[in-house]
Write a protein that binds this ligand. Structure first.
Ligand code: SAH
Ligand code: SF4
Length: 377
């Protein structure tokens, strides 16, 4: 799989792919003072400017020198859709190689206060994990996103919403792809998003969701970031979980739960377990009891996500009674639960509904355009 598409033909340095300390080393190597790196970071991540010419506190000579040797690549916004309720916006971005990724902005969290939104970002073009109910993995994975392609989703959305007096306050790694299958770039992107002179998004305002790549959960634990780790559980026994989340075959529940315990020991952070509830597949009372038992002794929160509809998967959302019953049984084990509210389903922006649109983009058509065409015919 192509991870690093390589330097562009111009051989200019991509400043957006550098961690702050790397940027500082590069700036110094150019014969400039180290503080220039901090200035660049502020322009790139706080003011979200697109070009060196906008960096007005750098001299004209320095700007000219920078643009001769370095570049500030960006993602091109292809479409921006709003959900009917107005609580969700979906952005489709074109990557430099012609592939595309989706990013979803959510305005629903009243705890965040006005103007503060949550952004759901992607980490890969597609996904190799093949969870049966998820649209992102239906066409497999094409490549990992590079660090800057992950962080630039935040920069571009921030740039788009700044004029409205809004800002990205929370970031969740729950878009297309498995973040811990692109571990190195995910980690670098976390550091960049968190950097005090950049976007300065606190680790407590970042969530990383994984289908359970055990060795990388342990690596992440050793970073001791106070971020929110979410484990996509979806079933409390290996037989059922392997059917729904095939990576369970490689990292079965015993090893996953052991990694969760170690994660908690190292970070002291409660773990969120996500459970996509599918009618007559994983929603019966016995499975709720099994889930409660499995999580005994782990400081956890169970986030129940009633299945969002996905083309190509026939599973259905359970009734509200079933959802409530499942929730109550888990809570009877002393475990906190939440039920994810449905949002953005009308624009396919809900969990599991994002898909890579490489083929549509490459042929010059977006999925929504092809849907409109299908509806019209
Ligand atoms: N790959 C990571 C993060 C992206 S998916 C992971 O799997 O955790 C984010 C969440 O959406 C996961 O919990 C995933 O299982 C869930 N999800 C996938 N498809 C869904 C669907 N059709 N309905 C509801 N949730 C879904
Ligand atoms: Fe990949 Fe997550 Fe979708 Fe599974 S649920 S296919 S891991 S994006």
């Amino acid at each position: 799989m192509e991870d690093r598409p390589g330097r562009p033909a111009t051989m200019k340095m991509n400043l957006k792919d550098m961690l702050p300390e790397e940027l500082e080393a590069w700036v110094v190597a150019q014969g400039e003072k180290p503080f220039r790196a901090r200035q660049l970071i502020r322009w790139m991540y706080q003011k979200c400017v697109a070009d060196f010419s906008e960096m007005t506190d750098l001299s004209k000579e320095l700007r000219a020198k920078m643009s001769a040797s370095a570049e500030l690549p960006s993602l091109e916004l292809i479409t921006q859709q709003h959900s009917a309720q107005g609580d969700t916006e979906k952005f489709l971005f074109r990557l430099p190689d012609g592939n595309a990724v989706e990013t979803v902005l959510m305005h629903f969290d009243e705890h965040l206060g006005p103007g503060r939104a949550t952004l759901c970002i992607s980490t890969q073009v597609g996904c190799a994990m093949g969870c049966v109910f998820c649209a992102s993995g239906q066409a497999g994975v094409l490549r990992n996103l590079r660090t800057w392609e992950i962080t630039e989703q935040v920069v571009q959305v921030q740039r788009a919403i700044m004029p409205r007096g809004e800002r990205v306050a929370n970031v969740v790694y729950m878009g297309i792809g498995e973040p811990l299958a692109n571990y190195a770039n995910t980690l670098r992107s976390l550091r960049l998003l968190n950097h005090a002179e950049g976007l300065a998004i606190g680790m407590r305002h970042i969530a990383v969701s994984t289908s359970g790549i055990v060795p990388n959960i342990l690596k992440l634990a050793r970073e001791k970031f106070p971020l929110r780790l979410a484990i996509s559980l979806h079933a409390p026994n290996d037989e059922l979980r392997t059917k729904l989340v095939p990576i369970n075959q490689v990292y079965p529940l015993a090893s996953l739960m052991d990694a969760c315990r170690q994660y908690y020991d190292l970070t002291g952070r409660r773990i969120t377990f996500e459970y996509v509830l599918i009618r007559d597949v994983n929603d019966d009372a016995a499975l709720a009891h099994q889930t409660g038992q499995l999580l005994q002794g782990i400081h956890s929160l169970v986030n129940i996500i009633p299945l969002n509809p996905v083309e190509g998967y026939e599973g259905q959302r359970p009734s509200n009674n079933r959802i409530r019953e499942f929730q109550q049984i888990i809570e009877s084990y002393g475990i906190k639960t939440t039920v994810r509210q449905e949002m953005g389903t009308d624009i396919d922006a809900a969990c599991g509904q994002l898909r890579r649109k490489a083929t549509q983009i490459l042929s010059g058509r977006t999925l929504s355009a092809s849907r409109r065409a299908a509806r019209a015919s």
